[in-house]
Ligand binder design. Structure first.
Ligand SMILES: N[C@@H](CCC(=O)N[C@@H](CS)C(=O)NCC(=O)O)C(=O)O
Length: 206
């Protein structure tokens, strides 16, 4: 048992001190430099599925952002205390990820009329529909004064925080009508490991 916990401890410190910063630095390089750059082509060659992100754990490369975030959530105890909690967290994370296509379609649209249409659809329909449901869901757990699931922060809260960041691109006060969600956003932002990362993370477009 002691051996297992020593290995786990070593893995956790490796994750926080080396692997997570390494993951972000891969992403940063990809996002900041252009995709066609020789550096990226070489990196693409190294990537298990030819794409970023990937996370290296003890020499093993793990691709696919969602597999990575689930792996890290399991490792850091952010994935619930029962199978039902885990599935609930997973479902919430996926519900939030359903915003990805509308958001990137709007963000990257070149035609101004189409872009305005996509923005309206995202900010007046898709996002409010989900935010309203999430506000209610949060209220059902500890009257909305804590976290989405259970008694401690989970991947669902962190995914929510991340997606709000993306949504503020088109509306800096996107949570104005959702007081409970606004409170949760503040709690995640103030959560010590996240606050520490936010204070030192590099400035990038995304
Ligand atoms: N489903 C994958 C998608 C990965 C993906 O689309 N990665 C993009 C960057 S965000 C990429 O590496 N594009 C460059 C390429 O495909 O050559 C995930 O979630 O990780």
């Amino acid at each position: 048992m002691a051996v297992v916990s020593a290995i786990k401890e070593e893995l956790l410190s490796d994750l926080t001190e080396n692997l997570v910063p390494k993951l972000f630095s891969h992403l940063e390089k990809y996002l900041i430099k252009n995709n066609g750059a020789e550096g990226w082509l070489r990196r693409k060659f190294d990537a298990p599925l030819g794409q970023l992100p990937y996370l290296e754990v003890k020499g093993k490369k793990l691709p696919q952002s969602q597999a990575i975030s689930r792996f890290l959530a399991h490792e850091f105890g952010l994935f619930g205390k029962s199978k039902v909690e885990t599935a609930t967290i997973d479902a919430m994370t996926e519900a939030l990820r359903d915003l990805e296509k509308p958001l990137t379609d709007w963000y990257h649209a070149k035609d101004e009329t189409k872009k305005a249409e996509l923005k309206k659809e995202l900010y007046e329909q898709k996002a409010p529909t989900l935010l309203k449901i999430l506000e209610k869901q949060l209220s059902l757990n500890n009257e909305g004064s804590g976290w989405f699931v259970g008694e401690s922060i989970t991947l669902a809260d962190i995914s929510f925080f991340d997606w709000v960041g993306w949504l503020t691109f088109g509306n800096p006060d996107v949570l104005a009508d959702y007081p409970k969600l606004k409170g949760l956003h503040g709690r995640v932002k103030a959560y010590e490991p996240i606050a520490a990362w936010l204070a030192k993370r590099p400035e990038t477009e995304f």
